[in-house]
Design a protein around this ligand. Structure first.
Ligand SMILES: *Cc1c(COP(=O)(O)O)cnc(C)c1O
Length: 394
């Protein structure tokens, strides 16, 4: 008899043969503009650490103090005995920042999306979802058992057509989009989608994982960027990217948050954050307000680096944010490019199918506020040299 899990081995062998097998790179320093991976110091263009907060002294200080005051764990799920004062303070802080009534913090952005969609919708409901929405939204949709209607990327007319067809169909309707799309770095078509949702009485939900700390006043996200306050009922964000720590949150009405306190499964059945996580997140919101220079640097670096890549002749697609893909076509080429870049001192991840469409494989870059001009120049030089060597640039 073969081992009952031997089919996993067979699949792994096939991935190895196809060059799709991914070995994990080991980070041996803090995540920062320059980091050491696998024993090699490289310019890090592969993190979501947009504002450089992972190593900010105020966040470190807050986390250390919380460990001293409250220990390392919360001891239970939120609904049993694991709601600490600092968890409540963080939720109040985020709600005020986002200009909404209330906020609930989850263990991750993934848990926030999956837990929320599956809690507020059921089998008799309908979800209208952008084809490029994040996996955690898709999983939430599936867990809800609602009927899922997918529309082509940012196609407001297509979304509205689906909503119109559902006008006389019973059930709640949810229209959901990422605020910024994580693979192409383009901004969601939110004004049009919000209008469509209002016209057809649908709940509007936006996932601002890649926009909080990046877009809007002091990083308030896409709702602030587009001036859509009060018109998006479910606002999701993450504390794991620009905020530099870990976690996810949902902002909205007091009723929405109270409902999630009672029904969101990751909230009910998984232990809350250690106090150090909540404390560091709270400190991050102070920094967002006190150090606007960080967001300015982020956007200055973004423009500089994007300009450098496009004028070198790379295809950077439709990006409008610090996420800048270098689209090369075949997954093999993308992974090869990533390897060559690393050898030359630049970390940027190769991404292929199924994360992006076939033929649209890419190396994804994300600059941060803390990259220096010399670092960006060095990275551009490496990109050019490797691009020519591999025949991607002519
Ligand atoms: C990263 C991401 C998430 C997940 O956030 P985590 O806090 O890392 O779990 C959710 N949605 C989108 C759009 C993301 O890019």
């Amino acid at each position: 008899m073969s081992h009952p899990l031997s089919y996993l081995h067979d699949q792994l062998e096939q991935w190895r043969a196809e060059g799709a097998y991914q070995r994990l790179r080991i980070l041996e320093s803090a995540s920062a503009a320059e980091s050491r991976f696998d024993g090699k110091q490289v310019i890090n263009l592969a993190s979501n650490n947009y504002l450089g907060l992972t190593t900010h002294p105020k966040l470190r200080e807050a986390a250390i103090q919380a460990v001293k005051d409250f220990g390392v764990g919360s001891g239970a799920v939120r609904t049993i005995s694991g709601t600490m004062r600092i968890h409540m303070q963080l939720e109040e802080r985020i709600a005020a920042f986002k200009n909404v009534e209330a906020c609930v913090v989850f263990q991750s952005g993934f848990a926030a999306n999956a837990g929320t969609v599956s809690a507020i919708l059921g089998p008799d409901d309908h979800i209208v979802s952008d084809e490029l929405n994040h996996a955690s939204i898709i999983d939430g949709c599936r867990l809800s058992r609602a009927k899922i209607h997918v529309f082509p990327h940012k196609d407001v007319a297509a979304a509205e057509k689906i909503l119109a067809e559902l006008d006389n169909v019973p059930g709640h309707k949810l229209l959901v989009s990422d605020g910024v799309f994580s693979m192409d770095g383009d901004i969601g078509a939110l004004p049009g989608l919000v209008e469509a949702a209002e016209k057809h009485g649908a709940i509007m939900m936006v996932d601002d994982a890649h926009s909080s700390g990046v877009l809007g006043r002091q990083g308030r996200g896409t709702i602030d960027h587009f001036g859509l306050h009060g018109r998006v009922q479910v606002q999701v964000g993450t504390l794991s990217k620009a905020i530099g720590v870990l976690g996810g949150y949902v902002c909205g009405s007091r009723d929405l948050i109270d409902f999630l306190y009672h029904r969101a499964r990751p909230f009910l059945f998984s232990t809350s954050h250690p106090p150090a996580v909540a404390a560091a997140c709270l400190a991050a919101f102070d920094v967002l307000e006190q150090e606007p220079q960080r967001m300015e640097n982020l956007w200055e670096n973004t423009k500089y680096f994007k300009q450098g890549l496009t004028s070198a002749g790379f295809n950077t697609g439709i990006s409008e944010t610090p996420i800048t893909p270098v689209i090369v076509g075949e997954a093999k080429v993308a992974h090869g490019l990533s390897r060559e870049l690393f050898a030359a001192g630049v970390l940027a991840t190769g991404i292929g199918f199924p994360t992006v469409a076939k033929g649209k494989a890419r190396v994804r870059t994300i600059v941060t506020a803390t990259h220096t001009k010399p670092e960006l120049d060095q990275a551009l030089e490496v990109f050019q040299k490797v691009g020519k060597k591999m025949g991607i640039l002519v």
